[in-house]
Design a protein around this ligand. Structure first.
Ligand code: ADP
Length: 174
């Protein structure tokens, strides 16, 4: 049985992520969604909150398991008998980033393969940062994230102090 991991920061999870995970879970025996704590980004949700939001999305999917992890993804794979890393591709800029990551991971652990699924057309523009920015400006994100994620976003944005801003679109990759 092939065990795969779909790693990401999921800050927050959106319909583009859910689509990639659902499609990947049809291809592999078990899909582990790895919610990681990447120090290079500013998160608006804590690791535990991001994990809980991802868990809710897949609670009825028998071959999808959601875990939190830190450190190198390939190390997590080695320790947990995971053979494949799944990633999603939207635009050309994603390709360049994913290409470099895949080669770096392959250098570290050659036995682990990377599979990249192409986004579904309706999710091409969708990213966590887009969702965060629209929500922070009072826009409607109900077609982009599950309802409980939209609620969590509005709650969190309401808690943020007025001088804590959400990083504007285009500055960050996701
Ligand atoms: P990371 O910090 O690893 O990029 P993200 O949560 O932003 O974490 O993304 C996790 C994965 O999901 C990445 O492979 C990213 O390219 C993919 N992804 C994000 N948004 C979409 C989308 N709209 N369609 C397909 N794949 C996506």
């Amino acid at each position: 049985m092939i065990r795969a991991i779909f790693p990401g920061s999921f800050d927050p999870i959106h319909n583009g992520h859910i689509d990639i995970a659902t499609r990947a879970a049809k291809i592999v025996g078990e899909l582990i969604i790895g919610v990681y704590d990447q120090p290079l980004k500013d998160f608006i949700f804590s690791p535990a909150e991001r994990l809980a939001l991802v868990q809710e999305a897949f609670k009825n999917k028998p071959n999808i398991k959601v875990v939190g992890y830190s450190g190198l993804t390939v190390e997590y794979c080695k320790q947990n008998n995971i053979q494949v890393i799944v990633r999603g591709l939207r635009v050309f800029s994603d390709f360049e980033y994913e290409f470099r990551m895949a080669l770096a991971n392959h250098r570290l652990v050659p036995e682990i393969e990377v599979i990249a699924l192409i986004t579904s057309e309706e999710h091409t523009f969708l990213s966590s940062s887009t969702v965060r920015e629209i929500a922070s400006l009072g826009g409607d994100v109900s077609t982009m994230v599950p309802a409980y994620v939209a609620e969590a976003l509005h709650r969190r944005l309401g808690e943020l102090s007025p001088n804590k801003t959400v990083t504007p679109l285009m500055i960050k990759r996701d």
